[in-house]
Design a protein around this ligand. Structure first.
Ligand code: GTP
Ligand code: SPV
Ligand code: MN
Length: 590
């Protein structure tokens, strides 16, 4: 069956199941966007932002029980449970469908079914994938229009891809978490999501297709799908060194990808290629090449301002959808630190729950996981190569966590295999990006714990295999912008100043920066970091670069049961690196 006919047949089946009153095929046009926004403004689901300050921008408040990804309700449905692994919730495909099909039956009665063909990846890229989402949420459609290439580009690519497309069935259902399921069928390359309209639960091109299904496909086909930003660091000679960075949700990818360098006058500048997802393939030159499958950002609002991230502020200055932020009396968005240092909003600001914040002094004004959806093309630092069909060549991978203790500002792995172990052992404090407790250290290997669509042990095996297949594998680093002093203050200024750490990496890659060898990897010598113009004491720098034997022994011990869960799926090389770390820690002086 030709691509479009197969697409139509799939939609017909979805409609037979969900029984919408109306089916609307979306083309991604401006007129269509305005019509949908107009409907949501009219029915009270959206508010218009101040047209002078934030043209063509809107506020949406989600259901208060639907504000972040719900990992406990997210499933990988493979024939064999061990293919999903201990890192995922699992249901057999047949059981999952039997359980969830009744929730979809007739769910769209009285509603419109929107049919959204979309493209993940640059137009014309051999790596681009066609998705098809059917949804009963106009808000989801509007977000897809910003974060994907929607409509004709997808249909055009369908023919080039031999008709291959990745369907996703989505309904907000009744929004009850008791009837919420985000189901992935990697063997069928299918997604079913019901009961949530928020972010990664509902924009099926993002985490569901571009990470969970794509990571499975990468494993089977010899490429990689990673929860990574992609940036280019331009040096004073004008050369650009590309890096991919995997930090867990709400741990700094968007901010690092859009960094404004305080050393721009010396020729150091950062270009943004992507802020959340990278698809990587070996190129003919023996390097890994990365594309950003997305067309826009779904970025964390709180903390974003003109000092921390001016490029994000410019990106969200127009044509943006704000979700769960506060609304000031003059219809501007509000979140903590929207102006540097601002903790309280203007009088009369409406909180994310829709009430004057003064009436609910105990509620957050903006939800901690409030976000902006903005076109990537509006980012002032967007790379001239961000839509290159083949992507950009990656020279470094940066793993990162949010750790008040333990992890130093930066260190470099000894080699690829050790780097894979560094990623596999990553721990990070949980954030508001997923429901559940915030600030608890959990293992989040390669920042992929919530997104790896198969057994994480096999995933590490795949990383090791990829390293053998590429002649010039990227150097691997680990960073921590979030180390704190005993009073709970961040030791490192972060944000734009992180360029100094990127410069050290650049020096390591190009053979010009010094390091000292420690038990965990190479750590900068104090004078190998360029701290010119930065007010930081040598005591603070010492704290930032300290490797504490006891902290690391504790870390090592925490990793034991974690790696243990994977049984035979744990690659021998990862187990060997874990043991080697123990020997180096034992040899460390007290
Ligand atoms: P997802 O979109 O959830 O995958 O997150 P992300 O990794 O893109 O996180 P993002 O860059 O949006 O950062 C999340 C939070 O961390 C924001 O509140 C930022 O202000 C804060 N943050 C980012 N970079 C830094 C930094 O260098 N230092 C400090 N202290 N905070 C940072
Ligand atoms: C994340 O949680 O890592 C995000 C936001 O990027 S969401 O798309 O909701 O998953
Ligand atoms: Mn993310």
């Amino acid at each position: 069956m030709p691509g479009t006919a197969a697409l139509a047949a799939w939609v017909e089946d979805a409609a037979r199941l969900t029984r919408p009153d109306k089916i609307v095929w979306c083309d991604g046009s401006e007129e269509e966007y305005q019509r949908l926004v107009g409907e949501m403004l009219a029915n009270g689901q959206m508010d218009r932002m101040n047209e002078d300050a934030y043209p063509n921008s809107y506020l949406y408040r989600s259901n208060p029980n639907d504000v972040a990804r719900t990992e406990g309700l997210t499933f990988i449905c493979t024939e064999r449970e061990e293919d999903a692994g201990p890192n995922n919730n699992w249901m057999a495909p047949k059981d999952a469908k039997e359980k969830v099909r009744p929730l979809f039956e007739g769910v769209m009665r009285g509603r419109t079914m929107y049919v959204v063909p979309y493209l993940m990846g640059p137009v014309g890229s051999p790596h681009a994938k066609v998705g098809l989402e059917v949804t009963d949420s106009a808000y989801v459609v509007c977000n897809l229009r910003i974060t994907t290439r929607m409509g004709q580009p997808a249909l055009d690519q369908l023919e080039k891809n031999g008709g291959e497309f990745f369907p996703g069935l989505h309904s907000v259902g009744d929004l009850s978490p008791d009837r919420r399921f985000i189901l992935h069928f990697p063997e069928e390359k299918l997604v079913w999501s019901i009961g949530s309209g928020y972010g990664g639960n509902a924009l099926l091109g993002k985490k569901c297709l571009s990470l969970r299904l794509a990571s499975w496909m990468g494993w089977k086909e010899g490429w990689m799908a990673e929860h990574m930003l992609i940036l280019g660091l331009q040096d004073p000679s004008g050369n650009v060194t590309y890096m991919g960075g995997a930090f867990p949700s709400a741990c700094g990818k968007t901010n690092l990808a859009m960094l404004v360098s305080p050393l721009a006058d010396q020729g150091w500048k950062v270009w943004t290629v992507g802020d959340d997802i990278a698809w990587l393939r070996p190129g003919p030159d023996g390097r890994l090449w990365a594309v950003n499958p997305e067309n826009g950002f779904f970025g964390v609002a709180p903390g974003t301002n003109n000092a921390t991230n001016p490029n994000a502020m410019a990106s969200l200055s127009k044509n943006t959808i704000f979700t769960n932020v506060g609304l000031t009396p003059d219809h501007r968005p509000w979140w903590p630190e929207i102006q540097p240092g601002e903790k309280t909003p203007p009088a009369g600001t409406i909180n994310w729950l829709g009430h004057p914040f003064e009436e609910q002094p105990d509620a957050a004004v903006a939800h901690p996981n409030s976000r902006f959806t903005a076109p990537a093309s509006q980012c002032p630092s967007i790379s001239p190569h961000w839509e290159d069909p083949q992507g950009v060549p990656i020279s470094a991978f940066i793993f990162g966590g949010r750790r008040a203790r333990v992890a130093p500002l930066v260190y470099q792995a000894f080699n690829w295999q050790h780097g894979v172990f560094v990623g596999a052992g990553m721990g990070s404090e949980t954030t508001a990006a997923a429901t559940g407790k915030v600030g608890v250290v959990r293992r989040d290997p390669m920042a992929m714990k919530p997104f790896c669509g198969y057994n994480m042990g096999d995933y590490w095996g795949h990383w090791l295999t990829m390293g053998k297949q590429i002649a010039n594998p990227p150097a691997i680093f680990h960073v921590n912008w979030f180390r704190k002093d005993d009073d709970g203050h961040f030791l490192w200024p972060g944000f734009g100043q992180n360029v100094r750490v990127l410069m050290w990496m650049h020096g390591r890659i190009h053979g010009t920066a010094d390091a000292r060898e420690t038990a965990i990897g190479y750590v900068p010598t104090p004078d190998s970091l360029d701290l010119d113009g930065l007010d930081i004491s040598s005591k603070t720098l010492g704290q930032l670069l300290t490797i504490d034997k006891h902290d690391w022994e504790q870390e090592w011990t925490d990793q034991v049961p974690f790696f243990g869960q994977f049984g035979d799926h744990l690659p021998a090389a990862v187990a060997a690196e874990h043991q080697a770390l123990k020997r180096r820690l034992d040899a460390m002086p007290e």
